[in-house]
Ligand binder design. Sequence first.
Ligand code: NAI
Length: 466
Amino acid sequence: MFKVVLIKGDGIGPEISDAVVEIFDAAKVPVEWVGRQAGLSVIDKYPTGIPQETLDAIEKYQVALKGPTTTPVGTGHKSVNVTLRTTLELFANVRPAKSLPGVRTRFDNVDLIIVRENIEDTYSGIEHHQTASVAQGLKLITRPGSIRIAKYAFEMAKLYGRKKVLAVHKANIHKITDGLFLKCFYEVAADYPEIQSSDLIVDNTCMQLVTNPERFDVLVLPNLYGDIVSDLCAGLVGGLGVAPGGNIGEFSAIFESVHGSAPDIAGKGIANPTALLLSSFQMLQHLGLHKTKTRIENALIQTLKDGIKTGDLGGKANTKEFTKAIISNIDPVVENEFNNPTPVRITTSLLKTYKEVEEYCHGVDVFVENPKGIPEMPEKADHLKLKMISNRGTKVYPGVIPKIWLVDHHRCRYVAADENGNYLNIGDEEIFDLIREISAAGIKWMHIEKLQLFDDELGYTKAQGE
Ligand code: NAI
């Protein structure tokens, strides 16, 4: 028996979860659902929305199938989904988008897989009010996170016999953050010469996806682009009712549909269970029950080909009728793979993702508040010299002031260089001196960022030798 934690969720969650459990029972899949009756809960009275026993069960049994859960807007617990992903370090969000027979869409042959980094990027949620009129969010892209997701995408492509992996980014604008993501992607790609690797800017990717989606195979993206592009891809193959997903980590995995709890139709018995069923197919692959997956998948495809569909796909069947039809199409011959499953597991723990590099601090950006226009900043402190001031990213000093709206938040860049323009490596004391001067001049500073160079970027011998 394979033990799988069942979280039915709320809204339409229990209806669609029951449908999947019924289909598994009918197909005689040897899955024991932990928490079968009610489904292990995720409820309001817990600060994170998740009782400890649910988290413990997922950690113990390592695989969960989850129905959607409502996230209260403005108040109440945090998003259960985000909490689960981060607490269990479910770093890969895998969302296949595949055309289904009988589901009318503009395209017939879409068969792509989105691999979305699931933890980092702007989803770290590190946001601050800088001034009364300026808010800031940090976009964190890390080397380990980027290497790991790229490695996952290539390993998955290899296992599933996929030919191409495409990195999607905006490194033309986000040169440092998306630039790092892209650099890591190509580092990993070098280990997979048999798979074609390339990259595409995210806006161009969206345009090509809606004009020519058949050309795409596996796409790997940072968190935010992955979130948006995967919903776009769901739309290509029939919408949320047929969009599955898996959140996969080193030790546990949670499979769930992309859609939410659909409060507008909850309790009416008309929800489409297909997305959760497709998610359970990913789960079967994860467990190594590939033939079982194909047998149930064939039953689903036959049902759709017969024109039996729920309302969201233009059909007339309710959830129970649709489920019954799938069950009636299941081949009764049960596979003999249960004692010898071949799980799809991608172990990334042995990745060497850290490089020892030396850091050189050659300056500092000081962010200051001044509602009355461009601040009069000290020109220098020790080796640090004021190089420029920008407002909302546009340079406003020195030189001609462009005709832009000035907000009360200014970035003042100080750089330490010798008379030939070569950067100097400065210590914290020089930065403290600068901040003290700024404060003494009556200017309110908000935060600072060190300007750092790393030896591999400078091309020092040590980095080249690695
Ligand atoms: P939603 O995905 O629940 O619903 C959007 C629209 O799609 C609604 O009209 C709904 O009736 C329809 N729909 C969704 N799934 C369907 C299905 N299986 N069959 C037929 N129609 C379906 O998105 P919404 O309304 O923005 O979110 C509702 C709640 O769900 C929110 O609290 C949100 O935070 C939460 N949510 C939870 C997710 C999860 O648990 N993984 C994911 C997305 C949202």
